[in-house]
Design a protein around this ligand. Structure first.
Ligand SMILES: Nc1ncnc2c1ncn2[C@@H]1O[C@H](COP(=O)(O)OP(=O)(O)O)[C@@H](O)[C@H]1O
Ligand SMILES: [Mg+2]
Length: 263
């Protein structure tokens, strides 16, 4: 679609990544990645191991520095500020503030083992955002309820199954009231029988309108919950589209060959 003369097309994407490049040593892991994710969209990212999926997610909340390119979330440049034509990295404090609006859930749940589920959920809003602990506690209890763990508020991670721990990790990320949630293979470390409960929690979150970028090998989830499916290979986005289309009728040989191995 072309915009009428004299107007610029609306740029509504919540996440706008442009020309991202990132190397580790001599290996270029992201080789010019553009990604747009609209508010409320569930964007699933699939691709072979080592293709750069985690690095891409980590760049979006500036856990990795970029070599070049830019990421905007909700119109805000992530990790850098512009001075003239140059970009300067933001201070840790500024980065932490930006990160507080972006929830991240990892394959390994990374809960604090010496804290109860409730304490894990309460920790960041109180420590990072200095919110009143009474209010945060009420919100944390309702979040634990929402992920189906209202009864487990006082349990320690060691007393919870992997699926339960991952749901606590999701509640913990939500406690910061993020505008965007990043999931990096959230079910890959789980026993097969525990995968469904975590995907169900993520589906409910998607239905409530959360903007989500989900790196996953769960093609069923991508097809049913994803609005878009992005196939990454060797540091580039090879193909993207509606999940049902990409999964049943991939346009590129590399996508086809990857899918034939995983489906
Ligand atoms: N901190 C790092 N230092 C060096 N190499 C890294 C680092 N992080 C990732 N890599 C390398 O970058 C490549 C892409 O990694 P990653 O983004 O984790 O891929 P994926 O998540 O798709 O499996 C891999 O070859 C990996 O070994
Ligand atoms: Mg990874």
């Amino acid at each position: 679609m072309t915009a009428p003369p004299g107007t610029t097309p609306p740029d509504t994407a919540l996440v706008r990544a442009r020309a991202l490049r990132k190397s580790f040593g001599h290996v270029e892991v992201l080789r010019g990645v553009d990604l747009d994710v609209e508010a409320g969209e569930v964007c699933c990212i699939v691709g072979p191991s080592g293709s750069g999926k985690s690095t891409l997610l980590r760049c979006i909340n500036h856990l990795e520095k970029l070599d070049s390119g830019q990421i905007h979330v909700d119109g805000e440049l992530i990790g850098y500020r512009r001075v003239g034509r140059k970009l300067h990295e933001l201070s840790e404090r500024h980065v932490a503030r930006q990160r507080s609006g972006i929830g991240m859930v990892f394959q390994q749940f990374n809960l604090f083992p010496h804290m109860t589920a409730l304490e894990n959920v309460i920790e960041a809003p109180v420590r990072v955002k200095r919110e009143p602990s009474g209010e945060v506690r009420t919100r944390a209890l309702s979040l634990l309820d929402r992920v189906g763990l209202g009864e487990k508020a006082d349990a320690y991670p060691g007393q919870l199954s992997g699926g339960q721990q991952q749901r606590v990790a999701i509640a913990r990320a939500l406690a910061m009231r993020p505008r965007l949630m990043l999931f990096d293979e959230p079910t890959s470390a789980l026993d097969p029988e525990l995968v469904g409960e975590v995907l169900e929690t993520m589906r409910a979150l998607a239905e409530e309108g959360m903007t989500m970028i989900v790196v996953t090998h769960e093609m069923g989830f991508a097809r049913e919950v994803g609005d878009t499916l992005v196939f990454v290979d060797d540091g580039v986005i090879v193909e993207r589209g509606a999940p049902a289309e990409v999964l049943t009728d991939p346009k590129h040989e590399r996508t086809r060959s990857f899918l034939s191995r995983v489906l």
